[in-house]
Ligand binder design. Structure first.
Ligand code: GDP
Length: 528
């Protein structure tokens, strides 16, 4: 096997999807503990505390302050390399989450045992379904009273439309929680409250028939368990690797993240069965992960990640080949060769200069405004990875500057922050307005806050009569010219210099479209 095949086969790149408070942060921390990426419980928590700060954007700010490690966490486990991609927490930033989900090979769904399937989980599952992403499920907070496990699996099956194959099964719940049974190995792992379990200090029985088990959990409970196991065996789906990999079936684990219980069973199963990088579609062909030439796409951009360095980083998921430090790559959209100097990897708990990276890994490339979300890098081939969503802005505001002398700074700030993809920045052809488009209203507050904090510009956002935006394409240069002349009042350039029609009303848009049948009006800026 080539180096690329070997390294790709070791990679497990995934994200955790859950409704807020289900336990994503806690579980992440336990996984990192097992991977040796952090030494102490609490290191991930610190950043979570920030999320509950006085306002959402303050929290966002703090969250961003904690270095790159929170965006991509890489750790070795059982001779595999696990890449955990963080999905942003706030509902308003759904589009970022969607893009992260395009960069993973599988997902882990965390469900609160008392709350069951919640609204955000449903939405995230819909996104996973678009690519048939394989999903494992962790039912969390078993140390609390919750729904009946059989009913819970039924809920997952009916609400999310995915078959459940329980891999572990709880023995009791809440105060009566005694442990879990591994339905494949038959092992019983006891839960002893207050102990921060690792594999060594958890008591394990080889099976439910071990005579010593009765003494530990009691005859009644044991009888109840055996009865339940029979029922589960008859009523649930057996684990089927093929169905899991095609997204039809989810293996289910029960546990308690905060007590580190049931987590290692999940992780062991995950590294064994979760998929390594798969082939990915581009505009012209499918690219196999084991191809020797480098390819990858940018799924996220973050400005001023480290306030001390004022850097902007583009996160590239490697799809094939090998990245090595200092190599040149072909930036397909601009048609230029660029040197990927000082790219970052996310090994252990610090950002480091990448020496090598392989399919499934994520590297951070310093961005000076030339890289956009969705961009493809190769070793020369003109292909573009598809399926990285772009979102049409639905709300528009005009930036109002307090100090007119800071116009340059304002433009720079708006342009750089727009690279992240949550907002879009437009400069009308005929006026000096600076218009910002966003998907959620909170974005305007975030941008105002960050303009002040990161660019020293005080600006506010006021209503502007723009109802919707359309990116303009036209193959015929002459017709485009005519269109531009006739519609100049409603035209603008976006941050990348592309022509956009800013329609004051939907009716206006419709008329403009009818009058210019040769011009394409695209709802999002496509990269393909
Ligand atoms: P996130 O919003 O999904 O990242 O959730 P967190 O990991 O921050 O957890 C939300 C709350 O649930 C926190 O107060 C955690 O301490 C708590 N929590 C997490 N796991 C468990 C668990 O297994 N049992 C109990 N009782 N609480 C938990």
């Amino acid at each position: 096997m080539s180096d690329v095949s070997l390294q790709a086969a070791r990679r497990r790149t995934f994200a955790i999807i859950s409704h807020p408070d289900a336990g994503k942060t806690t579980l992440t921390e336990k996984l990192l503990l097992f991977g040796g990426a952090i030494q102490m419980a609490g290191s991930v928590k610190g950043r979570k505390a920030a999320r509950h700060a006085t306002s959402d954007w303050m929290a966002l700010e703090k969250e961003r302050g904690i270095s790159v490690t929170s965006s991509v966490m890489q750790f070795p486990y059982a001779d595999r390399i696990v890449n955990l991609l963080d999905t942003p927490g706030h509902a308003d930033f759904g589009e970022d989450t969607y893009r992260v989900l395009t960069a993973v090979d599988s997902a882990l769904m965390v469900i609160d045992v008392a709350k069951g399937v919640e609204e955000r989980t449903i939405k995230l599952m819909e996104v996973c379904r678009l690519r048939d992403t394989p999903i494992m499920t962790f039912i969390n907070k078993l140390d609390r009273e919750g729904k009946d496990p059989v009913e819970l699996l039924d809920e997952v099956e009916t609400v999310l439309g995915i078959q459940c194959a329980p891999i572990t099964w709880p023995i009791g719940m809440g105060k009566r929680l005694k442990g879990v049974v591994h339905l494949i190995t038959g092992e019983v792992h006891l839960y002893e409250q207050g102990r921060n379990f690792t594999r060594q200090d958890s008591t394990i029985f080889a099976s439910v028939d071990d005579p010593a088990l009765e003494a530990r959990i009691g005859a009644d409970m044991l009888a109840e368990l055996k009865e339940e196991l029979e029922l589960v065996e008859g009523a649930s789906h057996p684990f089927d690797l093929g169905k899991y990999l095609s997204g039809e079936l989810t293996p289910v684990f029960f546990g308690s993240a905060v007590n580190n219980f049931g987590v290692q069973l999940l992780l062991d199963f995950f590294v064994e069965h979760a998929p390594s990088p798969k082939p990915r579609e581009t505009t012209t062909r499918e690219v196999g992960a084991t191809e020797t030439r480098l390819s990858g796409f940018v799924f996220k951009i973050q400005a001023n990640m480290d306030p001390a360095h004022r850097d902007r980083v583009a996160f590239m998921r490697i799809c094939s080949g090998r990245f090595s430090a200092g190599m040149k790559a072909f930036h397909v959209r601009s048609g230029k060769e660029v040197k990927l100097a000082n790219a970052l990897t996310f090994m252990a708990s610090d950002r480091e200069i990448a020496e090598d990276a392989w399919p499934g890994d994520v590297i951070g490339i310093h961005n000076h405004g030339t890289i956009s979300i969705g961009d493809t890098f190769t070793e020369g081939e003109r292909i573009s990875f598809t399926g990285i969503p772009n979102f049409a802005p639905e709300l528009f505001r005009r930036a109002r500057l307090r100090d007119p002398l800071k116009l340059k700074q304002l433009q720079k700030g708006l342009a750089q922050l727009s690279e992240e993809g949550a907002t879009q920045f437009f400069k009308p052809l005929m006026s000096n307005d600076l218009i910002l488009g966003a998907v959620g209203v909170l974005q305007f507050d975030v941008v105002a806050y960050r303009l002040k904090d990161e660019y020293g510009v005080e600006a506010s956002f006021e209503p502007v009569s723009v109802a919707t935006a359309r990116w303009i394409r036209c193959k015929d240069e002459k017709k485009l010219e005519q269109f531009r002349d006739k519609n100049a009042v409603n035209l603008a350039y976006d941050a990348a210099g592309e022509l956009v029609y800013l329609a004051p009303t939907r009716v206006n848009l419709q008329l403009a479209q009818e009058r210019a049948p040769d011009v394409e009006f695209l709802a999002t800026r496509e990269h393909a």
